[in-house]
Design a protein around this ligand. Structure first.
Ligand SMILES: [Zn+2]
Ligand SMILES: [Zn+2]
Ligand SMILES: [Zn+2]
Length: 163
């Protein structure tokens, strides 16, 4: 369970970023390559956020992610909480966050549905990876991310271009 491939990916792009930016900009962003060794600890405990560019659990995604509930106004299926909800990308149930009644978390534990999209900030979380996934970089996730973005903001997301 020590798959480090995604780190090589981000390490490469980080290197490029760091090489081209002066050291004065680096203190706000923790991209020190030495941290890759301890990424697990950072991911599980502190505010370390590293979105993965790959995930081995995408086979459970719903085959039809071109129709999803609206990010606004869709309450938690279990407790009707109106906000902070997540969309299960396997069965498209809308469930509240771990900061509300943890219904997405318990749903994931009960069903093994592990990939969910946040209606708050449109981030994608994999409960099996225990990590955020970069929906813009993962082809299976990009369409539903873009759809949710359009439903939430009324226009498509900006395309990240850093090269
Ligand atoms: Zn709930
Ligand atoms: Zn589900
Ligand atoms: Zn995963």
């Amino acid at each position: 369970m020590r798959d480090r491939k995604h780190h090589e990916f981000s390490a490469e792009s980080n290197q490029a970023t760091m090489a081209s930016s002066s050291s004065s900009r680096s203190d706000g962003i923790v991209l020190d390559l030495g941290l890759c060794e301890g990424a697990e600890e950072y991911g599980s405990e502190s505010g370390w956020v590293e979105a993965r560019s790959s995930c081995d659990h995408l086979s459970s995604l719903s085959p039809d992610l071109s129709h999803i509930p609206a990010p606004q106004n869709t309450p938690c299926y279990e407790c009707q909480h109106p906000s902070e909800n997540w969309l299960c990308l396997s069965c498209k149930e809308v469930l509240c966050s771990r900061f509300v009644n943890k219904h997405m978390l318990s749903h994931s534990q009960r069903t093994n549905h592990c990939v969910a999209l946040s209606f708050s900030d449109l981030s994608v979380w994999c409960f099996s990876c225990d990590a955020y996934l970069d929906a813009q970089l993962i082809p299976q996730l990009r369409p539903v991310y873009q759809l949710a973005y359009i439903l939430k903001f009324g226009h498509p997301p900006p395309i990240p271009q850093h090269t």
